[in-house]
Design a protein around this ligand. Structure first.
Ligand SMILES: Cc1cc2nc3c(=O)[nH]c(=O)nc-3n(C[C@H](O)[C@H](O)[C@H](O)COP(=O)(O)OP(=O)(O)OC[C@H]3O[C@@H](n4cnc5c(N)ncnc54)[C@H](O)[C@@H]3O)c2cc1C
Length: 416
């Protein structure tokens, strides 16, 4: 029989790591268990031929309150995307500039083909509005789809198709903009308030930094939890650990079948290419508005954060609008044919590196919230729950949910 811990955390994603940080600050003797070989959960970075490949296109938004609280951005040595975008279809491409950060671009943007003049005034109005609202106000608003919200706001189909669908479709990982308008307004506010960053060592560096903040927490990786029986946490290999209290930092349904969650997931399909400089090699995100295209967005990550490149070629990530029922080779050929129309002959030197199909990317939720009372983290006696699926699909929510679960556990510990 193993020793009894004050707390066991099941799941070493961002929510579990933040929970561990809070428990450690309270001097609780904690074990964190994860089925994977490392911490980070959905934050993963591979290295291949000198390139750095994140699993799915992810950015770190500097304006997230929880990022400001828990991360040392200077230590992550982040580089920022230029705000705005490069929008393209099969025939043309043009830049969209953020006039708030680049006032000299006012005239150019007034004539930009991204949308009507009225659309541009509405973007400015929406920006002002979301900046004046608190997070709580945004998440208390009526819940409608992002698409309905934009239509009701009076945006034209043109700007919705050319900008909002590829930009926010790439963030929500669904192109129809069915995601809640609350999330849309919140993310819009975060982009207006801060920057989209890439850490020097890839997106997984966020989790590495959080893990590095933990001094006394014990870790057990490559260990899948099978069930919880009373105060015992049982692994698939039969090992058992005892804990006074437990946090499940993820979906509890596989571990405690009596708590079936009804969360479904948005997935993402992403391809990496190496290649030379060219029309898509920019510090801005590239958005495809091609009507029949498969591509949602393209980003030349090595232009933004040079450590993503191998020093000789650029690294391009290409995210698709939806899953493709095709072999990897067929998929690469289709995407290359589409890219050829904008990159031209330079595409000859593009080399496919790897694809990532992340099935469980973002929880598809109804009734999204920014926060909730910490008592609601209690799942059963001595068992608490954390994870972005409890609030909204974001790193901020994952971190906040970890704090809330830890707070509930600590309070119960004090009262015992
Ligand atoms: C492609 C992609 C793009 C994204 N883009 C952004 C973005 O740009 N901005 C943003 O804010 N957010 C983004 N996100 C979302 C963000 O990554 C998540 O909100 C966050 O990482 C979730 O953390 P979590 O701790 O809630 O869950 P997870 O990271 O899923 O962690 C759960 C952990 O629990 C472990 N686990 C599960 N079951 C068991 C078990 N039985 N036994 C042991 N361990 C178990 C898993 O191995 C995992 O490590 C993106 C996510 C993806 C995948």
């Amino acid at each position: 029989m193993n020793k009894a811990y004050d707390a066991i955390i099941i799941g070493g994603g961002v929510s579990g790591l933040i929970a561990a940080k809070e428990l450690e600050a309270y001097h609780l003797n904690t074990l964190l268990i994860d089925s994977e070989p490392q911490a980070g959960g959905r934050l993963k970075t591979d290295r291949l031929d000198g390139f750095q490949l994140d699993h799915g296109f992810q950015v770190l938004l500097s304006a997230y309150p929880m990022v400001k609280k828990h991360l040392d951005l200077s230590q992550l040595e982040c580089e920022a995307f230029e705000s705005g975008a490069y929008c393209f279809d099969t025939k043309k491409g043009f830049e969209v500039l953020d006039v708030k950060r680049n006032p000299a671009a006012y005239l150019k943007m007034a004539f930009s083909p991204i949308g009507s003049f009225g659309d541009k005034l509405k973007v400015a109005k929406l920006r002002r509005e979301v900046l004046h609202k608190t997070e709580e106000e945004i998440y208390n608003e009526p819940d409608t789809s992002t698409l309905s919200f934009l239509q009701q706001y009076g945006f034209s189909d043109k700007i919705i198709d050319r900008f909002f669908k590829p930009f926010f479709g790439g963030i929500f990982l669904e192109h129809q903009l069915e995601t809640s308008s609350r999330q849309f307004q919140y993310i819009f506010k975060m982009f207006a308030q801060g920057e989209a960053l890439l850490p020097k060592k890839g997106i997984a560096a966020i989790a590495e930094q959080l893990k590095g903040q933990l001094q006394r927490t014990e870790f057990r990786f490559n260990s899948k939890v099978k069930s919880i029986l009373g105060q015992a946490v049982q692994l698939e290999d039969g090992t058992e650990f005892q804990a006074k209290q437990i946090i499940i930092a993820g979906d509890p349904s596989a571990i405690m079948p009596q708590y079936q969650s009804d969360v479904s997931w948005n997935s993402t399909l992403q391809l990496y290419f190496s290649g030379p400089k060219g029309p898509l090699c920019r510090k801005k995100i590239g958005l495809s508005f091609s009507k029949d295209g498969l591509i949602s967005n393209v980003a030349c990550l090595s232009q933004v954060q040079p450590s993503y490149g191998n020093g000789q070629s650029e690294l391009y990530q290409v995210s698709l609008r939806e899953e493709l029922k095709a072999s990897e080779q067929e998929m690469v050929e289709k995407i290359k044919r589409e890219l050829q129309l904008i990159v031209g002959n330079g595409l000859r030197d593009w080399k496919f590196l790897r694809s990532y199909h992340v099935r469980h990317s973002l929880p598809r939720l109804s009734n999204l919230a920014y926060e909730r009372p910490f008592e609601e983290s209690r799942l059963a006696d001595g068992i608490y729950i954390a994870g972005d699926h409890l609030l909204n699909p974001s790193l901020n929510a994952a971190m906040l949910s970890g704090e809330l679960a830890a707070k509930a556990l600590i309070l119960n510990h004090q009262n015992k």
